[in-house]
Write a protein that binds this ligand. Structure first.
Ligand code: GTQ
Length: 357
């Protein structure tokens, strides 16, 4: 090493030295034994001029996966599995249990009469209800009945269990910030032996308490996530209808709302943020990109999304991924509602989120 440093005189250009490549290689081999490596070999890879995603744009058509999700119901019980879920894996990230670099997603199936027992973890979760209705999720003692298009939150370290008292199987989308929590190596998990937790509050309690324009006296509003555990589709859709009727339709996103924390107007969670948008029939969206890789789900309607030279054709309950910084545009053949979720809040908190209209 000394020989190299002593010859390395300050110079703007290249070091004129015979066999320099061979000398460098030998040097790299020597420093490698000390777990050291030359930055100049990797600088452009680790600090690219623009986001370089490893994620693939991809689409899962619900009609193609539904039968396979139901098949799991005959292979394992919710009790044995804890959570009977098919993990949605990005085709470029197989085996890593993630649909984008920062987010996990899965299809959860719960059969009539089943209970998925209570547990809690550092990772935050959301559900977006795809198929069936009437099952519940219980979060820290509040039981909420879930129906198609409902957006249900299970914030970090809240105890939660699921049960299906309805007569039909139910499928919903789970999205968790598991890859983010594991990136920081901060995962804790606790399982509760009780089959279910005690119910202290009934359906829509937190929405009524905290999402009606008033707050109960003494409410701690410093919470860094929303206190509301279900944003029912039946209450959200009329808001979209109002926006469309008033002409409040963004040329890229359509008539869009953000699921909000009523205490501060912020996102529902620090790591994940979600939107619901209505694209009126005939909508031809302008091209857009942003640094957050997003998961989209069609709640109703029919349309297409162009991304990176591909065209995804979507209908009810289809799910697609738009990776970071890829240009995309939506087109709607019918009045359509798109749900979307990404790690945008985390990027904003870190000051690194960008968009390009
Ligand atoms: O429902 O608590 O898809 O803990 C993965 C992990 C769902 C859940 C998942 C979980 C859950």
């Amino acid at each position: 090493m000394d020989a190299v440093t002593s010859k390395a005189k300050p110079s703007k250009g290249k070091i004129g030295n015979a066999n320099i490549e061979a000398k460098r290689e030998a040097y790299y081999a020597r420093i490698s034994k000390m777990d050291l490596a030359p930055l100049w070999k990797v600088l452009k890879d680790i600090i690219p001029a623009e986001p370089k995603t490893v994620c693939a744009p991809a689409i899962w058509h619900f009609k193609d996966v539904k039968a396979s999700i139901h098949e799991a119901g005959g292979l394992i019980t919710a009790e044995e599995a804890q959570r009977r879920v098919l993990v949605i894996e990005n085709p470029n990230l197989r085996g890593k249990s993630r649909v984008t670099q920062s987010l996990y997603a899965g299809y959860q199936l719960i059969m009539p009469g089943e209970v998925a027992p209570p547990h809690r973890h550092s990772a935050s979760a959301i559900r977006f209800i795809l198929d069936g209705g009437g099952a519940y999720t219980q979060v820290d003692g509040e039981k909420t009945i879930m129906n198609s298009g409902d957006f249900v939150t299970t914030p970090h370290w809240t105890m939660h269990d699921h049960g299906n008292a309805s007569k039909e199987p139910m499928i919903w989308l789970d999205v968790l910030d598991v890859p983010t929590v594991n990136f920081f190596e901060t995962s804790f998990y606790e399982h509760f032996e009780n089959e279910k937790q005690n119910t202290r509050r009934e359906d829509q309690d937190s929405l009524a308490r905290f999402g009606s324009g008033v707050l109960p006296d003494g409410t701690d509003t410093s919470l860094n996530r929303s206190p509301i555990i279900n944003y029912p589709y039946a209450k959200m859709k009329p808001v979209l209808d109002r926006l469309v009727k008033a002409g409040d339709v963004d040329p890229r996103h359509g008539a869009r709302v953000r699921y909000a924390n009523p205490f501060n107007g912020g996102w529902v969670m620090p790591t994940m943020g979600a939107n619901l948008a209505m694209l009126p029939k005939g909508f031809k969206g302008k091209e857009y990109r942003s640094t957050d890789s997003a998961i989209f789900v069609c709640q109703e309607g029919e349309g297409t999304t162009k991304v990176a030279g591909q065209t995804f054709e979507w209908g009810p309950k289809d799910l697609f991924i738009i990776p970071s910084w890829m240009k995309y545009s939506h087109q709607a053949k019918k009045d359509s509602v798109l749900f979307s979720i990404s790690d945008r809040p985390a990027q904003e908190l870190l000051g690194i989120w960008r968009e390009q209209a």
